[in-house]
Design a protein around this ligand. Structure first.
Ligand code: LMR
Length: 394
C-alpha cells in the first residue's frame, strides 16, 4: 500500500523554518514563520499564561474528557472577546478546535457538508494553507483580487469586481484583521461595502481571525468581524489563540457558526460536535482552559492585555523604524506602506528571485512571496534589513 503514496509538496513556510535552522551564518535574520519574537529573538511564554498554568496545576483534579465541543466556558469567553455583544449568544454555535488551522479545516468540512457545490473565494494572496486544505478537500477555489502591487495596499475595486462574480451560496473567505500575508487591511467603510455585496448576492462569509490584538488593538481588530456577524444572515468564524496568547504548540482555536435565526443554533452546535468527533473526538483542553481562566479573571486579563499591547506597540515601532530607514536610504516614500500595514506581516511585493537573492547574499529569510514577519526584527536588525532590501535592488 505505502508504495502507492506520492511525495507531497513541502509547506513553503515550514520548509523555510528548517532552512533557517540549517544556515550556519550568525548574521542570519528569520522573517519567516508567523511566530512572535521579542527583541532577544525569544518567543516568550506570556506572564498571564504562566500564572494560569501554575493555578491550573494546583487546582486541576482530573484530566478526564471534557466534551466534544470543548469547555463551554472557553467558548463563552472567546465569543465575548471576538464578538462582544454584536450577536446574541443564543445565535452562536461554537466548538473548540486544535488551533486556528483546526477551526479552518472544520469550517471547510462544514461547508462541504452543507453545500457540496459551494466555491470558496480566497484573497489573492492568502495564507497558503487555506488553499492547500481546500484543494485537499476537493473544494473549488476562486481567487479574488486583494493586493495592489503598486501601492502595497488593498485593491478594493478589484476585490469588489471579483466578489460580484460569485454565485449564491458561494463562500467568501476574509481575514478578520492583520491580513496574512500582505498586512494590508480593509477599513470599516470597506467592510460595510463587502457586507452589502455578500447580502446582495447571497454569499456566505467565512472569517479567519488569527491575530486579534496585533493590529490596532483588541477591540479595534474585531470591528470588521463584529460587523459581518451582526449584518449577514449566516457566517463562519475561525479563531486562533496561538498568537495573541502565545500558546502556539497548545493548539487552541475556536470555530463559530453564527446565524440570525436562533432556531438554527442547536443543529449547528450538533454539527460542530459531530465534525470534532469524526476528526479527533475531543479537542485539546490545556490551552483552552488557560485562555478561559485568563479572560475570566480581572487581574490575569489585565496583565495579558497589557503584555499583548506591548507586543503590538513593539511591532508598530519596528514598522516605523524600517519605513524611516528605507526612506533615508532611498530618498523616497515608496516603502511608507510598511508603517501603514498592520499585524505581524508585510508583503514587500517583490519577486521570488529578489527574495532568494536577499537570502543568499544577506541571510535574510522571508517567505518566497516576499512576506516578512516584522516580529522577527529588532532595532539592531532593522538597518541591516533595510540595507539588504536596497542592495538587492528591490
Ligand atoms: C504563518 O502563516 O506563518 C503561521 O500561521 C504559521 C503557519 O502555520 O503557517
Amino acid at each position: 500500500m505505502f508504495e502507492t503514496l506520492k511525495p507531497q509538496p513541502a509547506d513553503k513556510i515550514l520548509a523555510l523554518m528548517q532552512m533557517y535552522r540549517d544556515d550556519p551564518r550568525e548574521t542570519k535574520i528569520d522573517l519567516g514563520v508567523g511566530v512572535y519574537k521579542n527583541a532577544e529573538g525569544v518567543t516568550p511564554v506570556m506572564r498571564a499564561i504562566k500564572a494560569a498554568e501554575h493555578k491550573l496545576w494546583e487546582e486541576q483534579t482530573s484530566k478526564s474528557y471534557v466534551g466534544l465541543a470543548g469547555d463551554p466556558a472557553y467558548s463563552d469567553a472567546m465569543i465575548k472577546l471576538i464578538l462582544s455583544d454584536s450577536v446574541a449568544r443564543g445565535n452562536i454555535a461554537a466548538a473548540a478546535t486544535p488551533g486556528g488551522t483546526g477551526a479552518v479545516r472544520q469550517a471547510f468540512e462544514l461547508i462541504k457538508m452543507a453545500n457540496p457545490g459551494a466555491r470558496v473565494f480566497v484573497s489573492n494572496p492568502t495564507w497558503p494553507n487555506h488553499i492547500s486544505i481546500l484543494n485537499y478537500l476537493n473544494i473549488e477555489t476562486v481567487a479574488y483580487r486583494y493586493f495592489d502591487r503598486e501601492t502595497c495596499g488593498v485593491d478594493f475595486d478589484g476585490m469588489v469586481a471579483d466578489l460580484k462574480t460569485a454565485n449564491k451560496g458561494d463562500v467568501v473567505l476574509l481575514h478578520g484583521c492583520c491580513h496574512n500575508p500582505t498586512g494590508a487591511n480593509l477599513n470599516m467603510v470597506q467592510w460595510q461595502e463587502v457586507v452589502a455585496i455578500l447580502n446582495e448576492r447571497g454569499l456566505i462569509p467565512m472569517i479567519d481571525i488569527a491575530y486579534q490584538g496585533f493590529g490596532d488593538g483588541l477591540e479595534e481588530d474585531a470591528q470588521g468581524v463584529r460587523y459581518v456577524a451582526a449584518n449577514t444572515p449566516e457566517c463562519l468564524i475561525a479563531a486562533s489563540c496561538s498568537k495573541n496568547f502565545g500558546i502556539y504548540r497548545e493548539r487552541t482555536g475556536l470555530l463559530m457558526a453564527v446565524s440570525q435565526d436562533a432556531g438554527a443554533q442547536a443543529l449547528n452546535q450538533g454539527t460542530l460536535a459531530f465534525l470534532n468527533r469524526q476528526n479527533y473526538s475531543f479537542p485539546p483542553d490545556h490551552g483552552a482552559r488557560l485562555v478561559s481562566m485568563i479572560l475570566n479573571d480581572d487581574a490575569l486579563r489585565a496583565d495579558w492585555a497589557a503584555e499583548l499591547e506591548e507586543t503590538r506597540l513593539g511591532m508598530l515601532a519596528l514598522r516605523q523604524q524600517l519605513a524611516d530607514e528605507l526612506q533615508r536610504l532611498t530618498g523616497s516614500d515608496r516603502f511608507g506602506f510598511l508603517a501603514q500595514h498592520r499585524g505581524m506581516f508585510s508583503l514587500l511585493g517583490t519577486s521570488p528571485e529578489m527574495v532568494e537573492k536577499m537570502r543568499a547574499d544577506s541571510g535574510i529569510y522571508m517567505v518566497g512571496d516576499s512576506r516578512m514577519n516584522i516580529a522577527g526584527l529588532n532595532t539592531q536588525t532593522v538597518p541591516i534589513l533595510a540595507q539588504a532590501i536596497v542592495d538587492a535592488g528591490v
